[in-house]
Design a protein around this ligand. Structure first.
Ligand code: SAH
Length: 216
């Protein structure tokens, strides 16, 4: 994938910006310093790729704000070799960040066109994520259980199937709320049938649409 010295400089500036906003995990910051986010947006938006903002990717969807990607990834507390399911592949950027951290990535996207473009791009970048086109509110049972599940669209409730696909010790990071703003919920499965729940406020995502999400 073509990179450019000016983009590398912009990425380092973005990393400093995220550090100032409270992102502390060096591995996550390192991934953001390495992944060419400009490759995940249209060429018309390339010059804005290293702003800390969400940007349109077509089909009325957005690539998440870098701060949000960093925060969700921190909350997943991934280790090399762990298995993570992402719901809402979108541009593929979050999947690329997870790949960079040495995670086995599984990701589901409901828009076929986004699924295909993310698949091509991730392959070109050398990321071996497994992608699927479909309704991610039902998870991806074939490869369950997961050490982490990250939902990158705002949900009205926590889908039961996602909770069921967590391993013991696994973490589910999901924005829950109305269609304007959400609270980030982290559910940790501490033992079979037992969970701890934490909340982090002030996020805004596109809606999670599906059987256990909002109506399309
Ligand atoms: N992680 C993405 C963010 C994309 S925005 C990135 O890094 O670019 C959220 C995505 O979730 C959108 O592409 C949207 O189409 C998708 N989505 C919404 N509901 C979904 C569902 N039920 N299953 C799978 N994907 C869904």
């Amino acid at each position: 994938m073509l990179d450019h010295p000016k983009f590398i400089t912009h990425r380092h500036r973005l990393v400093e910006n995220l550090r100032e906003k409270g992102i502390q995990n060096e591995a996550v910051l390192g991934a953001i310093a390495s992944i060419p986010r400009h490759a995940f947006v249209s060429s018309a938006l390339e010059s804005r790729a290293y702003e800390d903002s969400a940007l349109p990717i077509g089909k009325e969807q957005t690539i998440s704000q870098p701060f949000t990607v960093a925060r969700q990834t921190e909350l997943l507390e991934v280790a090399k070799g762990s298995k993570v399911l992402e719901i809402g592949t979108g541009s593929g950027y979050q999947a690329a960040v997870l790949c960079h951290l040495g995670v086995q990535v599984y990701s589901v996207e409901r828009h076929e066109a986004l699924y295909f473009s993310a698949k091509d791009l991730l392959r070109a970048l050398g990321c071996r994520a497994r992608l699927k086109h479909g309704d991610g509110t039902k998870g991806w049972s074939a490869f369950a259980p997961y050490d982490g599940i990250v939902v990158t669209a705002g949900a009205p409730v926590i889908p039961d199937d996602l909770v069921a696909q967590l391993s013991v010790g696994g973490r589910l990071v999901i924005p829950i709320g109305d269609q304007q703003s959400q609270t980030m919920v982290r559910l940790i499965k501490t033992a079979e049938g037992q969970f701890t729940r934490e909340e982090y406020s002030g996020f805004s995502f596109v809606p999670l649409i599906g059987e256990q999400g909002w109506d399309g």
